[in-house]
Ligand binder design. Structure first.
Ligand code: SAH
Ligand code: SF4
Ligand code: F3S
Length: 472
């Protein structure tokens, strides 16, 4: 199938709009007031972007939004399957909803996203959570109005985890984004990499790129609406366009986005080191809107483990990329993901990860203890190291990284940096928060009316996690 065939058809979209209108009419009859929905997101940025599409569909169906679960007529949990912990959180939250259902049997409870795209999880919800009304996977996202209509007009619970692995490309849906100057912009869906520990390729289908025209049109719209910090999104943005001969590669797309007029910043995530190229870093360096900031998950520092993870790069290549990128952009901020305790990882191999951290000195890290995912290749690999031992390694890793983050952040004290003011600070000693080009969080004293604007910030204090100062 070619890329254009995968774009959701106009007819399919029109049919959903029709269902949305019918749902709106049903609620008009049913309730003397506007129905309210509460949408909770458990997963990654992609998952958040999907929730924004869900909010768009909810608006079409006449819903207002509430953050209070017990006030909602419809509750929707957009779930994540990446680690067991994420799944347990969802089950815990879904379990709570039985109370809402008891208080009001008309409440509609939906579970969607990556978790139920796994058939065994959909089955578990079917059998153990009888008060859940609607369950759908990532491929059925756009059918939400139809599924809700079916539930409201029928007696049965509704399950839809259909959709083949090649997946669809969603165009023509209207996300309702979160407040603030930052926005996600999906440039591709799915993942082909099958890292041996990871569930994503199973629940998100194969890589498929949106057309550059669709991406640029959405970007222009975002800029016109006043968004100032735009993140191009995909599980592996560096393989953008590889599924299509007529599309640019990711560096080419970045250049096209950079040429869009307006005062905004561009970021992107996630980059896979196997597809990161010197050309990408050259492009980042020369495009003035592209932030000198990259999230480049390394996962671990041992070549043997990287191979077992099916990552397709070794430590030498990773370091080569880091050195090249820093030579081009001395002010580059770098973050990464690390998995501790992959099946069969030894303490010596773990130490190689620690050494890698000392060598690269990431600004910050997302660290995870390996979690076994049913159906992945790593799930059947021998995993002799105990949870307690892995926890010790994990704690050691954090200690090392926290020191590095603290040292890096301390170097900002006394400097003036450009920030985009993006919200109110939750620290009572400060008024605002801002983000540097490197996406560092800055708590600031200043005028709240300036939220959404760029400002110069004087940094007078730092911690492991943030910078502090005042707007000039
Ligand atoms: N597509 C992105 C990240 C997707 S998931 C990438 O390739 O970088 C985000 C992070 O979760 C991964 O980078 C990895 O560090 C972690 N992760 C994925 N599966 C995991 C598992 N089974 N156990 C622990 N951590 C995992
Ligand atoms: Fe998972 Fe690897 Fe794909 Fe990232 S690149 S989503 S870690 S399979
Ligand atoms: Fe989780 Fe799905 Fe994202 S599994 S990390 S929400 S793609």
């Amino acid at each position: 199938m070619s890329g254009t065939d995968r774009v959701i058809s106009q007819e399919a979209l029109a049919a959903q709009q029709d269902y949305a209108e019918r749902v709106r009419q049903l609620y008009l009859k049913k309730l003397p007031r506007q129905p309210l929905a509460c949408a909770v997101t458990f997963g990654c940025q992609q998952n958040e972007a999907d929730t924004e599409l869900i909010r768009g569909m909810l608006a079409d169906m006449g819903f207002g939004m509430t953050a209070e679960e017990d006030k909602a007529d419809l509750l929707i949990f957009n779930t994540c399957a990446i680690r067991e912990h994420a799944e347990m959180r969802v089950f815990g939250n879904v379990g709570q909803t039985s109370h809402y259902k008891k208080a009001n049997p008309d409440v509609v409870i939906c579970v969607c996203g990556c978790m139920p795209q796994q058939p065994q999880v959909a089955e578990k919800i079917k059998n153990s959570y009888p008060y859940v009304d609607i369950v759908f996977g990532t491929h059925a996202l756009y059918k939400f109005p139809q599924l809700l209509y079916t539930r409201l007009t029928g007696k049965k619970r509704v399950f839809d985890i259909s959709g083949d692995e090649s997946g669809v490309i969603l165009e023509g849906l209207h996300p309702v984004r979160k407040e603030g100057p930052a926005a996600w912009l999906s440039i591709m869906y799915g993942c082909n990499n099958f890292c041996t520990y990871c569930i994503v390729p199973y629940v998100r289908g194969r890589e498929r790129s949106r057309s550059p025209e669709a991406i640029l049109a959405e970007l222009r719209e975002l800029v016109a609406q006043g968004y100032r910090d735009i993140t191009l999104l995909g599980q592996n943005v560096n393989s953008y366009g590889l599924d299509r001969e007529d599309y640019p590669d990711f560096a080419g797309l970045l250049e096209m986005c950079n040429a869009v007029e307006g005062g905004f910043r561009l970021r992107f995530m996630t980059s896979h080191p196997k597809d990161a190229t010197e050309r990408l870093f050259d492009t980042m360096a020369k495009c003035e809107k592209v932030c000198h900031s990259i999230h480049l998950p390394v996962q671990c520092g041992s070549d043997r483990v990287l191979k077992a993870m099916n990552r397709h790069y070794d430590k030498k290549r990773y370091l080569e990329l880091v050195d090249y990128a820093r030579a081009k952009m001395p002010d580059l901020t770098m973050t990464s993901d690390i998995i501790v305790g992959f099946p069969g990882e030894t303490e010596e191999e773990f130490e190689e990860t620690v050494q890698l951290l000392e060598r690269v000195r990431f600004d910050s890290l997302f660290t995870f203890i390996y979690s076994r995912r049913e159906g992945t290749r790593a799930a059947v690999m021998p995993d002799p190291v105990s949870r307690e031992e892995k926890q010790k390694w994990f704690d050691r890793l954090l200690e090392v990284q926290n020191r590095i983050s603290r040292e890096i952040n301390a170097r900002y004290v006394g400097k003036t940096v450009t920030v985009l003011l993006d919200g109110e600070s939750d620290d009572k000693n400060y008024d605002l928060t801002g983000r540097t080009e490197g996406f560092k969080l800055v708590h600031l004293k200043g005028d709240k009316s300036r939220i959404g604007q760029y400002a110069q910030a004087e940094i007078d204090r730092s911690s492991t996690w943030a910078l502090f100062g005042k707007v000039k």
